[in-house]
Design a protein around this ligand. Structure first.
Ligand code: SF4
Length: 261
């Protein structure tokens, strides 16, 4: 532990159920320590390069909980922000105060504009996302992209939990890229495996969404997330009625025109 790192006491050890995500997935790899060191170096350098202008955009998923833990543990001056779309599971929303209590860090919460949501639902109905890809992306625009634009306003860098292993559309995710607005976008877990994510969570007693214990590896809004079956792809539970190529909400599409397509 470095002089600038912070320790967080582990909670009294509760037994890990055999079906928990930790029991199912937590496995260290031979090069895990090297990957972890590189991740910390990347986060530290980004915090130095973007003083007061960098935010972690956390989805509150497992990967993002690892990043939040690293930011807090190493006392990095990085803000933590999340999108509360109004359609998240209660278990997901409950993570916000859990993070604040555990790490003593405020979480910036960005919600959609109430009037925009009311108008969208009035016009297209509460289940518009199932009607067409265009309407699903319209819902994501109102509930995610517009609030994200407020989160990123005035910031020169943001951090995500994207990993190459998550889907074919993310297979070439770089560690550092430039988004459509010219900001630096960091994906420090790009080369981490799902097993490594859970190894870190288990080793550091990181709080996580209990829905991960119910076979939901990728958790988004409640209407657009389901559990997956054995053998299904990691993101098969997200927008499962759409083709794989369409399965991004726009947060991680660098061409804004593609978002509206
Ligand atoms: S993930 Fe689903 S509910 Fe959430 S903003 Fe997108 S379409 Fe709407």
């Amino acid at each position: 532990m470095t002089a600038s790192s912070v320790s967080f006491a582990a909670l009294p050890g509760a037994p890990v159920p055999e079906s928990s995500a930790i029991a199912l997935y937590a496995r260290a790899s031979a090069d895990f320590d090297a990957k972890l060191a590189a991740t910390i170096d990347l986060l530290r350098a980004a915090a130095d390069d973007h003083p007061q202008r960098i935010v972690q955009a956390t989805s509150l998923g497992a990967e993002d909980m690892v990043i939040t833990d690293l930011i807090a543990r190493h006392a990095l001056p990085v803000a933590i922000g999340t999108l509360e779309t109004g359609t998240l599971h209660a278990e997901t929303v409950a993570l916000i105060p859990r993070i604040e209590a555990r790490y003593g860090r405020a979480v910036e919460v960005y919600r959609p504009q109430h009037e925009a949501v009311v108008q969208f639902v009035r016009r297209h109905g509460p289940e518009a996302m199932y009607q067409s890809i265009a309407l699903r992306k319209g819902c994501c625009q109102v509930r995610k992209l517009e609030p994200l634009s407020r989160m990123l306003a005035g910031r020169s860098a943001w951090i995500t939990g994207l990993r190459r292993e998550q889907s074919t559309t993310r297979a070439i995710v770089p560690f550092v890229e430039t988004d459509a607005a010219g900001r630096t976008k960091l994906n420090p877990l790009a080369d981490w495996t799902w097993n490594e994510v859970w190894h870190y969570i288990a080793a550091n007693d990181v709080p996580y969404n209990p829905l991960h214990d119910q076979f939901m590896p990728s958790i988004g809004c409640a209407p657009c997330t389901r559990a997956i079956a054995v053998g299904e792809d990691f993101r098969a539970g997200r927008w499962w009625w759409e083709d794989e190529a369409a399965k991004e909400c726009g947060l991680h599409v660098n061409d804004p025109a593609a978002i509206a397509a």
